[in-house]
Design a protein around this ligand. Structure first.
Ligand code: ADP
Ligand code: MG
Length: 541
């Protein structure tokens, strides 16, 4: 005989339901994410319990089934998870265990529209999102390890019922009676799309029933959670292409798992080709954040913007499902993950830089972006510097700062650089004459950012970095290999030139920068160098 008990929601649940249904209305497709996340959690919980009670083990073909029933206007979500006892149904679905409505309501009111969906997860109220699309919800569940099944049912207004039920196996069925204005959630195609968007990487297969057949809806491989030894290069490439909507092969694949103080898996790629708009486009890192396989956001800024060319996934155990944007910005867990991930990328670059030809491919694609890190990231500046590459006045190919320093003349005081618009043009500049004649190498730079970062780095290996178009460069300590002509007496010429050029030049000086040419322009010692002045002029200042 059937028992039906009627229970009042606690007062908070009633208000909360109202809030959820109204505040999140524009985002209501996320009800499916929440219910699927709960189903996946339930399967994980059952797996965990089965570790000590083998009779609870999850069937090998476990999956989450989504079954739309158009005629009956019902959507059914079924999982073979741990299930809920009668008491658990009442506790989990009838009360607010954690934060309380008031706090939720307050945060909801204060947060931006885009953050609202994730708030539900944070407050442990995801289940109630079902009432955004359903005017009645029935949950039939059988706790693993028990014979009993119960049905919790409610129209989301004030009370719920608990009734005895029957279920052949442990697990849960959630039956949503779809609202008149929510027809779309009875369409298999629509449901597939939502799953692909929000739950593609849940490892448990998810199916959507269509014409009496269960069609797989997620790829569900969560490649990043597999041990490296079990993943083929083809799988990595396929995933990389899927992730970045690209067709090339990754230049680098970084796959590792951190355990201990931090618990996360990461699978990152550095593209083999420079994507369209790599430099001018969006400056945000788009590395995806997952929590326990569930996709949360690709806007967590998991990498600094100067590593924005890196694609991939970071999946952590250390955050609650669906953290809010505020939390993403403030949680120390994420800050630590960020640091760990960035430093891992840098050490990969360091390692790959040993093969200069291989590294050149990377450098030509993304070097200009990496340099931004010197400009804006004081903490990483010192680690980035040795990874930089330059054209040189002395030789073909790419040159690093350590290479340069190793070749410096014993009497040479600084690392000399020349910045312009085009390194080929720079290599013919008269500014280089005095340096060439003395066998002093000059680094040639022509990326936009080159006008800015050298000042921030200031020095490398205790050698100051000096623009050769700025101030007086003293090369007198470095002898010319051939005896130079006796310096002409310029003591009369200089004052006359100063007088003649006083409207245009703040000073006129003798220089040992030149060998063949008679004169060269220089910028004052303090203040912008010539390239910076050019940029400022172009910007109309
Ligand atoms: P959260 O998932 O953050 O705990 P929810 O409102 O989504 O919050 O769910 C509340 C609780 O209901 C869950 O913690 C879980 O104990 C229980 N629950 C929900 N769905 C299921 C399910 N399919 N199987 C078993 N338990 C579930
Ligand atoms: Mg949940």
């Amino acid at each position: 005989s059937e028992t039906v008990e009627r229970h009042e929601f606690n007062a908070e649940v009633g208000r909360l339901l109202d809030l959820v249904v109204h505040a999140l209305y524009s985002e209501r497709e996320i009800f499916l994410r929440e219910l699927v996340a709960n189903a996946a959690d339930a399967i994980d919980k059952r797996r965990f319990e089965a570790l000590t009670q083998s009779d609870l083990s999850v069937p090998a073909d476990a999956r989450i089934r989504i079954v739309p029933d158009k005629e009956g206007r019902r959507l059914i979500i079924t999982d073979p998870g741990v299930g809920m006892s009668k008491a658990e149904l009442a506790q989990n679905l009838g009360t607010i265990a954690r934060s309380g409505t008031l706090a939720f309501a307050q945060t909801l009111a204060e947060s931006q529209a885009a953050d609202k969906p994730s708030l539900m997860g944070q407050f442990g109220v995801g289940f109630y999102s079902a009432f955004m699309v359903a005017d009645r919800v029935e949950v039939t569940s059988r706790r693993a390890g028990s014979e009993e099944a119960w049905t919790w049912a409610s129209d989301g207004r004030g009370d719920y019922t608990l009734a005895t039920a029957a279920r052949a196996e442990p697990g849960t069925d959630i039956v949503l009676h779809i609202k008149a204005d929510a027809d779309e959630y009875l369409e298999p195609i629509r449901l597939q799309t939502i799953i692909r968007k929000w739950a593609d990487h849940i490892t448990i297969p998810i199916t959507v029933a269509q014409d009496g057949k269960d069609e797989p809806a997620n790829e569900g491989t969560a490649l990043w959670r597999k041990p490296k030894s079990e993943v083929s290069e083809e799988s990595y490439t396929e995933f990389y292409r899927h992730l970045g909507h690209v067709f090339d092969k990754p230049w680098a694949t970084l796959h590792w798992r951190a355990e201990g103080a931090l618990d996360f898996s990461a699978l990152l790629f550095i593209p083999g080709m420079k994507p369209f708009q790599a430099v001018e486009g969006d400056r945000e890192s788009r590395v995806r954040l997952h929590v326990r396989r569930m996709f949360i956001t690709d806007q967590a800024g998991l990498l600094p913007s100067w590593l924005r060319f890196v694609h991939g996934v970071v999946d952590t155990e250390d955050l609650p499902l669906n953290v809010s944007r505020e939390m993403l910005q403030s949680t120390p867990v994420l800050a630590r993950i960020r640091r760990a991930v960035a430093s891992r990328v840098l050490s990969e670059l360091k390692m790959r830089a040993r093969d200069s030809q291989d590294y050149a491919t990377f450098w030509e694609n993304f070097g200009a972006i990496l340099k931004e890190g010197i400009w804006e990231d004081a903490e990483s500046r010192k680690d980035i510097a040795p990874l930089l590459r330059f054209r040189s006045s002395a030789l073909e190919g790419w040159v690093s700062l350590p290479d340069y320093v190793a070749r410096m003349k014993p009497e040479q005081e600084a690392i000399y650089i020349l910045v312009g618009d085009d390194t080929d043009v720079l290599s013919k500049s008269p500014q280089l004459e005095g340096f060439r004649a003395r066998g002093v190498e000059v680094l040639l730079m022509a990326d936009q950012i080159d006008t800015f970062w050298p000042e921030r780095l200031d020095s490398f290996d205790a050698k100051p970095i000096r623009s050769i178009t700025q101030g007086t460069v003293d090369l007198s300590k470095i002898a010319l290999p051939l005896e130079a002509d006796e310096a002409a007496d310029l003591s009369k010429l200089i004052p006359r030139l100063k007088e003649a050029l006083k409207a245009d030049a703040s000073d006129v000086r003798v220089t040992d920068r030149l060998v063949d040419s008679a004169v060269v322009l220089a910028a004052p010692q303090h203040g912008p160098d010539l390239q910076m002045q050019r940029l400022l002029r172009r910007a109309g200042r």
